[in-house]
Design a protein around this ligand. Structure first.
Ligand code: NDP
Length: 270
């Protein structure tokens, strides 16, 4: 039998950690598969996934800036991908390409499963309103969160995310400078450039916070985590979420669930 091939597709893609993560999953579970990187030109996503699946490819992870386009190009969609209007996982199903979204499951698995965060009844403030936020809101409500406020630089975008999630739970939208001061948990999903600068935030958004979580990850403490730590609130970055969403994709593709903690420890050394 031929070895099944998978890849992560994005632009740029050189720095993606996904191939390392999936190689460890495959070794751990004894799966015969290969997982590589695929760079697509910004205007060439559709042609690139067409070529990948036509050549017998089994599955793709989709990252920036293509999650929205993957949602539009997939032939069939899971319910959670429809709710998110974004796709981070593609798989061949007969002649069709099926789209799913594992970001939300990944965030909750890391927050609750690994870090032991108590989400039941929690008030959550999310900074940012991009594709990643759309993916995680349904899972946060499903995990028992009582209220979500989405604060974003472009207010119309937080408004639009909140409106499409109204039926899921209590959700509000505001500008970054209007964020409430009573959140139990503050989650950052602002991709503020490679230089890593954070937009100015009012310290009082941390008044009641028991923890923060940064969906961004880096080899050293992220600017958001440093900002919170300097104000007495500890947190974790999004590397655990990255590994957890990868595990969820791997389980969809291979029908077997890898041990994520071993992989987080191996790649992070903590
Ligand atoms: P998008 O590009 O869709 O959204 C980016 C968000 O950041 C927008 O809300 C945007 O605001 C805001 N933003 C960017 N620059 C600034 C700035 N200078 N000041 C204020 N706001 C700013 O990205 P995604 O939602 O897809 O991803 C967000 C981040 O989360 C990325 O860094 C990504 O790598 C990370 N991520 C991590 C995952 C993980 O597994 N750990 C999974 C998914 C994403 P505006 O609307 O005003 O432009």
């Amino acid at each position: 039998a031929m070895t099944d091939t998978y890849a992560v597709i994005g632009h740029p893609i050189e720095h993606s950690r996904s191939p390392d993560i999936h190689a460890l999953f495959a070794a751990q579970t004894g799966q015969d598969m290969h997982y590589g990187r695929r760079s697509a030109p910004v205007d060439g996503f559709a042609a690139s996934i067409q070529a990948f699946f036509a050549a017998g490819g089994a599955g793709l992870n989709v990252t920036l800036p293509f999650k929205q386009e993957a949602f539009e190009r997939a032939d069939t969609l899971s319910e959670r991908a429809q709710r998110a209007s974004a796709v981070n996982t593609l798989m061949a199903r007969g002649d069709e390409i099926h789209g799913d979204n594992t970001d939300g499951a990944g965030l909750v698995a890391d927050l609750v499963g690994r870090l032991g965060t108590d989400l039941a009844g929690a008030r959550v403030l999310i900074l940012g309103a991009g594709g990643a936020v759309r993916g995680v809101v349904p899972n946060l409500f499903a995990a028992g969160v009582a209220r979500i406020t989405i604060a974003n630089r472009t207010r119309a975008k937080s408004q639009s995310v909140a409106e499409s999630c109204l039926r899921m739970g209590s959700i509000a939208a505001c500008g970054l400078d209007e964020a409430p001061f009573d959140a139990d948990l503050v989650i950052n999903a602002i991709s503020a450039g490679l230089a890593g600068e954070m937009p100015a935030l009012d310290d009082r958004v941390l008044t009641r916070a028991r923890a923060v979580y940064d969906m961004i990850y880096a080899d050293t403490a992220t600017p958001f985590l440093r900002w919170a730590r300097d104000r007495g609130v500890a947190g974790e970055d999004g590397f655990g979420m990255l590994v957890e969403q990868a595990a969820e994709s791997f389980a969809l593709w291979r029908g077997i669930r890898p041990d994520t903690r071993a992989v987080i420890t191996a790649l992070r050394g903590c």
